[in-house]
Ligand binder design. Structure first.
Ligand code: IMP
Length: 438
């Protein structure tokens, strides 16, 4: 049972990139299984600081096979420039493989993403505008272009004529936008097809062969469980199919469910969200600003990797964390950015909600209910003490240890890793999730 899934337990931006980067050391194959270039992973290592949107965070280890699975939608230009950026900075990308079944974010997708948000007006989702959502819509609507089409020009041209005509009708008649020119789109596809040809492969077979050899695979989720199409704060979610929750990992890479041995849930020590939608513990006061702007001067404040938007910040939501831990079958928690909390006299954790005079202990299904939740907080002593140099659990201030233990209790899952700063070594690992000794 060789696969480990890494998922985000909140609304994305939990720090999955650095957790994947950490665990990738012990794995032979690292694969992204869902979403698209809407996702942004920040990794800081000896080569510097990197923002990745499509390439798996395992790429920095050189000899590992890095897969962009069939569940990911690929913006060719974004991928080509990411590969170039990595090569220019001395990172070897020859081990990168892109699924031949992955869908392509076509030039009309970002156009439709923006026009659709305008049409929704006050009901806009607050998308990243990358075209990711519309690409998934076309995948399910059976109008998608896949990477295999990019490298088979005759088949592509036939498909493109029909699909572009259809999409231009939507752009002009529904949204009142400008149509796209067939020749320009075709030439762009040919160009990117040639650039990406060396990377395109049947990656499901690669993953299955690795599984058969008993090698460790790391399956890297994007976004967070609360943005999941089925179980998240619908309709303020992302459109990934397969879902970015752990259950989507097998579909998005091409493995059977029995391949999954463990699920690492990555949770920030507090809560953040970008885009619109319910967020029960959101803070609108100085505490919220303090969470957002901690480390801003060093580039580690709460501002989006993909869009640069300020993130909404709030106290840790224990109810939602438990909800997503159960939903994903989390076996290990990685708690990130604990250092950011080291500035408060007292810290709060939400342990329940009040809704119309009743106590609620899980995420309700209705949007109206989600928006009306009043958090019930538990207050814990803070620790106004720098912890970014700490490397063992025992060396944390007692109040920080108590905070971590309370999170463990609420989730019913051990916290096996804690990050206390952006650098690779700024982590406290309390248990080797692969079963070895530390
Ligand atoms: P979309 O995925 O661009 O369609 O955006 C849908 C929602 O998901 C919006 O609220 C986005 O802000 C959010 N979202 C998408 N990708 C990420 C991410 O990587 N981190 C955090 N939020 C994201």
């Amino acid at each position: 049972m060789p696969a480990t899934v890494v998922i985000g337990g909140q609304w994305g931006d939990e720090g999955k990139g650095r957790v994947v980067d950490f665990f990738a050391r012990d794995c032979a194959v690292i694969a992204r299984y869902s979403a698209g270039s809407n996702a942004g992973h920040t990794i800081v290592n000896e080569r510097g600081r990197f923002a990745l949107h499509l390439v798996p965070a395992g790429i920095f280890y050189g000899q590992k096979i890095c897969v962009i699975g069939n569940g990911v939608v690929i913006h060719p230009q974004a991928l080509v420039s990411e590969i170039k950026m990595l090569e220019d900075r001395g990172v070897d990308t020859t081990q990168l493989l892109v699924s031949n079944r992955a869908h392509v974010v076509m030039p009309w997708h970002p156009v439709i993403d923006k026009l659709d948000e305008q049409l929704r007006g006050e009901h806009a989702i607050g998308t990243t505008g990358t075209g990711t959502g519309p690409a998934f819509v076309d995948k399910a609507g059976r109008l998608g272009i896949r990477t295999v089409d990019l490298v088979t020009p005759e088949a592509l041209e036939q498909k493109l004529r029909f699909v572009l005509e259809y999409k231009n009708a939507v752009i002009t008649k529904l949204y009142g936008g400008e149509p796209l020119r067939y020749e320009a789109v075709r030439d762009e596809c040919h160009e990117y097809g040639e650039l990406l040809r060396p990377y395109i492969a049947d990656t499901a077979v690669v993953a299955q062969d690795a599984e058969a050899r008993g090698e460790q695979l790391l399956l890297e989720g994007a976004q967070g469980a609360l943005l999941d199409l089925d179980s998240g704060t619908y309709p303020y979610v992302t459109s990934s199919l397969p879902a970015s929750i752990a259950a989507g990992a097998c579909i998005g890479v091409g493995l059977g469910p029995r391949a999954i041995a463990r699920v690492v849930g990555v949770y920030k020590a507090y809560q953040t969200r970008v885009g619109h939608g319910p967020m029960p513990t959101e803070l609108f006061d100085a505490d919220g600003d303090a969470l957002r702007d901690h480390g801003r001067a060093q580039g580690t404040g709460e501002y989006g990797t993909t869009t640069g938007r300020p993130r909404r910040c709030g106290w840790f939501d224990g109810v939602l964390a438990r909800y997503t831990a159960r939903l994903n079958g989390v076996t290990s928690v990685a708690l990130t950015r604990l250092d950011v909390l080291a500035q408060f006299e007292r810290v709060k954790i939400c342990t329940g909600y009040e809704l119309e005079g009743q106590r609620v202990d899980t995420l309700p299904g209705a949007l109206t209910a989600m928006t009306a939740l009043e958090p019930i907080y538990e207050e814990l002593p803070g620790w106004r003490e720098e912890i970014s140099h700490v490397r063992t659990f025992g060396d944390l201030p007692p109040a920080a240890r108590a905070y971590v233990q309370r999170v463990e209790q609420l989730l019913g899952v051990p916290v096996d890793m804690i990050s206390v700063g952006p650098e690779r070594e700024q982590a406290i690992v309390t248990r080797d999730i692969f079963g070895g000794t530390l």
